[in-house]
Design a protein around this ligand. Structure first.
Ligand SMILES: *Cc1c(COP(=O)(O)O)cnc(C)c1O
Length: 362
């Protein structure tokens, strides 16, 4: 038996966990802080935690009602119809449904570089091909990023799906709503623009959800993994145009989100205080990193800051030995940058101290 040709497929490389690193270095996990995966350092909402515990007693049942309840709650929150809400196993799962609903074999998609790798992976799973637009623009040293309509349209060549990450991972920059509209206007009649707002809670810019009512070519991705602190339960969703009707029912893997995930999501949606505290904490941490790191940083609208440190792999390794895990952006194509997730006050201060020591020693 032969597998299909997987030579173009690449493995998703997640930031390594504390346990893994501690074992490798023969150290105690409590000595480390993990600021490499853009997780919520404050944990999940206490309400979500309680809901997960309560959900345990009913996991012998398929999650039909609770799936509908969460869909309805999200539809109400965003003022869209329930059929426009496509729950998924993480935002990544919802990305798969969008690819499944749009791509014919051999269709091309356009993804940002540097950028989130799962867009291309998902397209390839669905027999699509991947082209890239470069978000690095201009001559400013060491790197200048520009998320404008031209950045995308200069590279556009008839692709079927165009991915915009706003706020962008790993730069923290964002597209204006005008830019999103221009991209949607100028791309092909049957092209879909996916606006990935995984970090949407951390920016004061309006969501592209406002465009859905008038258009059939924009979809928005949101997740419970970042601001809501539920990365481990895997829950995200796409918001899609009303004109797509019952497409979700035709492409979803049955019960795309588990009973545990749906219960947690419902409870988290009901805990505005948790999200507010998280956003306040990120706002402080982001400013602290920008002001105190002895490295060039880029304005961020997300829960992380990109910093220019020179040899990113060496700096990441040295910081790791000092107990602070940050993301080496070499795999994103930025070998001179690290991405630092906004931690608690204590974690952020420690990250700044450690990184500044590492940078001073170089
Ligand atoms: C984290 C992230 C997602 C979604 O992650 P899930 O955990 O699958 O919800 C999507 N896009 C970007 C850019 C991300 O950073």
């Amino acid at each position: 038996m032969q597998l299909r040709d997987l030579s173009d497929h690449v493995e998703y490389r997640a930031g390594r966990g504390i346990e893994e690193v501690a074992r490798e270095l023969g150290r105690d996990p409590s000595e480390f802080v993990k600021l490499s995966s853009n997780e919520n350092p404050h944990g999940p909402s206490p309400k979500a935690e309680a809901a997960i515990r309560d959900a345990a007693a009913e996991v012998h049942r398929y999650p039909k009602a609770v799936h509908a309840d969460l869909t309805d709650a999200l539809a109400e929150r965003w003022d869209v119809g329930a059929e426009q809400v496509w729950l998924g196993n993480g935002g990544d799962g919802a990305l798969d449904y969008l690819a499944r609903a749009t791509l014919d074999p051999g269709d091309r998609v356009l993804v940002p570089t540097p950028g989130f790798t799962y867009y291309g992976m998902s397209a390839r799973f669905h027999h699509g091909n991947v082209a890239e637009y470069d978000v690095r623009r201009g001559e400013a040293a060491p790197e200048a990023f520009a998320l404008t309509a031209d950045t995308v349209l200069d590279a556009y060549d008839g692709e079927r799906v165009v991915y915009l990450t706003s706020p962008h991972n790993p730069t923290g920059d964002r597209f204006s709503l005008d830019a999103v509209e221009t991209v949607a206007d100028e791309t092909g009649e049957d092209a879909l623009v996916v606006v990935d707002e995984a970090y949407g809670e951390f920016t004061d810019a309006p969501s592209a959800v406002s465009l859905l009512g008038d258009r059939d070519d924009v979809a928005v991705l949101r997740t419970f993994s970042k601001a809501y602190g539920l990365a481990g339960v895997r829950l995200g969703y796409a918001l899609t145009p009303p004109a797509w009707g019952d497409a979700y029912a035709r492409v979803q893997t049955p019960f795309a989100a588990s009973a545990v995930a749906c219960r947690a999501g419902l409870a988290a949606l009901d805990d505005d205080d948790h999200v507010e505290q998280t956003v306040d904490s990120v706002t402080w941490s982001r400013r602290h990193l920008a002001e105190e790191l002895d490295a060039r940083t880029y304005e961020s609208h997300a829960n992380f800051v990109l910093a220019h440190v020179g040899d990113a792999t060496a700096v990441t390794e040295a910081a790791k030995r000092a107990g602070v895990l940050v993301r080496d952006c070499t795999s994103f194509g930025l070998p001179e940058h690290v991405r630092v997730t906004c931690g608690t006050r204590e974690e952020t201060e420690r990250a700044v101290d450690v990184l500044n020591e590492v940078l001073a020693d170089r």
